[in-house]
Design a protein around this ligand. Structure first.
Ligand SMILES: Nc1ncnc2c1ncn2[C@@H]1O[C@H](COP(=O)(O)OP(=O)(O)OP(=O)(O)O)[C@@H](O)[C@H]1O
Length: 237
């Protein structure tokens, strides 16, 4: 179970998150929604240990990890695909995959792990010897998802996996995420500006606005526009 209690994140005088509390239910997808600058990336970055925490607590399976360095959190099974497609651009696709595998739990032997990825994204096999920096945005996102999942994480944090991608590629990426979450049974947290997209695949959604949690609920309820969810649109204004 991943739990955040009263989390505050500040960058100098800028307060990015103010007393945010939420729980990501085990074995399912949780959506973190909100407009540009709402604090979604700061939340994920604080959880994985790369953003400064000014107050509150982060608990992983009941253990307080708030002051643990990022590398120690990764060893506990936290994987974070950050916004902005961070990969080793000068390395080939396959070398990116090998490197990611070497940092992970190595639950599956390397050849089988790579074969599985190529089975899922055949284009990556065709581009295996191409420098990752030369791929299209969608192909780079496939490499990033492959690199984070090849490590066999127990918790997966995905920051705006749809950003800047064509609708058909977004469908493919989200298809992969949904299938992977179901098959692996791990806990997935997706930060996404495109609320409908993330609510369709998640169980529960949390909405941030200017660093504060303003709405939460069952994803279907938020999506169907019933009850409180008129507030979903309002929270983006
Ligand atoms: N390194 C930083 N230094 C200073 N301010 C920052 C930094 N990173 C983020 N911020 C500010 O913190 C607030 C929250 O930003 P954050 O990136 O977490 O939001 P977001 O919801 O992920 O938005 P986006 O979708 O644009 O990434 C914004 O006001 C942003 O300008």
């Amino acid at each position: 179970m991943l739990e955040v209690r009263g989390l505050q994140v500040s960058y100098g005088a800028v307060r990015a998150l103010e007393a945010v509390s939420l729980t990501a239910a085990p074995g399912g997808i949780t959506a973190i929604l909100g407009a540009n600058g709402a604090g979604k990336s700061s939340l994920l970055r604080a959880i994985s240990g790369v953003a400064p925490v000014a107050g509150g607590q982060i608990l992983l399976d009941g253990r307080d990890i708030t002051t643990l360095p990022a590398a120690a959190r990764a060893k506990l099974g936290l994987a974070h695909a950050m916004e902005g497609r961070r990969l080793f651009r000068q390395l080939t696709v396959e070398d990116n995959l090998k490197l990611a595998w070497s940092f992970g739990a190595r639950a599956t032997p390397l050849p089988a792990a790579i074969a599985e990825i190529y089975g899922r994204f055949p284009i990556l096999e065709q581009k295996a010897r191409t420098m990752a920096g030369l791929l299209s945005g969608g192909q780079q996102q496939m490499v990033i998802l492959s690199c984070t999942t090849i490590r066999s994480p127990r918790y997966l944090l995905l920051d705006e996996p749809s950003l800047g991608l064509a609708p058909i590629i977004v469908q493919q990426i989200y298809g992969f995420i949904t299938e992977y979450a179901q098959r692996s049974g791990i806990t997935v947290v997706i930060a996404e500006q495109m609320a409908t997209l993330a609510l369709r695949v998640s169980r529960h959604g949390f909405v941030l606005r200017r660093g504060r949690l303003v709405l939460e609920g069952d994803s279907r309820t938020l999506l169907e526009g019933g009850g409180e969810s008129g507030a979903l649109a309002a929270s983006y204004l």
